[in-house]
Design a protein around this ligand. Sequence first.
Ligand SMILES: O=C(CO)[C@H](O)[C@H](O)COP(=O)(O)O
Length: 271
Amino acid sequence: MKIAIGSDHAGFDYKGKIIEMLTAAGHEVSDFGTHSAESVDYPTYIAPTAEAVARGVCERGIVLGGSGNGEAIVANKIRGIRCAVCWTLETARLARLHNDANVISIGQRTVPVELALEIVRTWLGETFEGGRHESRLQGIAEVEQRVAAGSLGAYPAHEKTLLIRPEHLNQRGTLFGGYMMQWADDLAFTAASLTFPKANFVTRRVEAFDFSSPVQNGDIVKLRARVAKLGNTSTAVEVVCVNARTDTLVFSTTAIMVHLDPDGQKAPVPQ
Ligand SMILES: O=C(CO)[C@H](O)[C@H](O)COP(=O)(O)O
């Protein structure tokens, strides 16, 4: 079986031991890191591990950390992933029988190594029971679909894709940040206004713009804005910009949009 595995520093030791065991048993293991016990942030390694399973590149995934909780949280953000935290043989068994978990998460600081290895063997050895659990998995899939469609959970995202042309460049030949600031403010306004159509928003402020990677002529950038929080008279809109050619973050910021009544006074955001 093709198995994806990933951990942070706190799960690094068990990751190596699990890889050894799986390889010896004839499985093909893709190791998504981390590659040392140096402290790292687990989403960097867990998201690609879970993604490999979601995309069908690997059939199953194993994620590890200190407790395994944060790792499971990350994995479960990826559409199509059902990740269960396992700390006993029973939780490993049920992860398959009831949840058809395609990823499991183990906390290296919570279980002895022999038990961790047995958890993996148990989970791999069991089969989904089906029956009454089928409709529950169907329910999970429907929740995912509604979240993706924006009808459940967070406020919907609004996107804008831009091709960077020569007229957008500064004297150094990279994107002039002022254009980006205008596009970000426009999109934040659009996202707030489409989320609360009865409101009359103006921008109160936009938090720091920290351009973490330059944008070149011919690059394609994607801006995404989403209402993150609703206050009484204002909303906070998250804006994220990614260079779609290089898949790197260009910046992320938050815009505060205030609703004004017909007299130009701050007023509760109408819903
Ligand atoms: O399990 C985890 C997340 O749920 C992490 O591995 C854990 O939080 C890492 O902690 P530290 O930075 O103190 O080593």
